[in-house]
Design a protein around this ligand. Structure first.
Ligand code: GRF
Length: 192
């Protein structure tokens, strides 16, 4: 039976698109049953709607960065009702805590644009550039209550070029992200 996925994102959703593409070309036996965002105008919602996937905005109570516990509880209840097997964070900018973690133990994944444990947090590609790293990359990991601290599932390396800008480096990392995320989902499924 194919895997039931939920994708949570705050932005453009190119990683969500890479999951759709992997499903369509047979690399991933899965169905995205819902896409949730904390921003009504996030393009990730548009990508879902264009595909006919249920797309909804979560009510974060007007908080800019906080992911209120009541909101996490209602998201967990909705995902349980939809019989979701795995939750993929794809550019989701709020910290997941107990209500969701408890509902989906070892079933929440995140993609991060650096080789964790190096450069956790925001704009990791910029952090790598500013630190003078010769190599960076991307990581798919299990989500725990910390920021980008959960067990690593898979990583891809990306060299930093001498003429790289933050933008060019992030673009090259994203090319790798789009290959890595579907592969890492498969690896996580094999461990269930
Ligand atoms: C990606 O670089 C991802 O690693 C990070 O946020 C970005 C999301 O991009 N967590 P997109 O919305 O999937 O295009």
């Amino acid at each position: 039976m194919s895997l039931r996925l939920a994708v949570l994102g705050s932005g453009s959703g190119s990683n969500c698109q890479s999951i759709f593409n992997a499903i369509d070309d047979g690399r991933l036996d899965a169905e995205v049953v819902i896409v949730l965002s904390d921003h009504a105008d996030a393009y990730i919602l548009e990508r879902a709607r264009q595909r006919g996937v249920r797309a909804e905005v979560m009510d974060c109570g007007g908080f800019k960065n906080k992911f209120p516990l009541e909101c996490q509880e209602s998201v967990a209840a909705l995902l349980k009702e939809l019989k979701v097997d795995m939750v993929c964070l794809a550019g989701f900018m709020r910290l997941v805590k107990e209500p969701l973690l408890r509902a989906f133990p070892n079933r929440i994944l995140n993609i991060h644009p650096a080789l964790l444990p190096a450069f956790p947090g925001v704009e990791a590609w910029k952090q790598a550039l500013e630190a003078g790293a010769e190599t960076t990359g991307c990581t798919v990991h299990y989500v725990d209550a910390g920021m980008d601290t959960g067990e690593i599932i898979m990583q891809s390396h990306v060299p930093v070029m001498p003429d790289d800008t933050a933008q060019s480096l992030h673009a090259r990392i994203q090319v790798q992200e789009h290959i890595l995320y579907p592969a890492a989902i498969l690896s996580a499924v094999a461990r269930l």
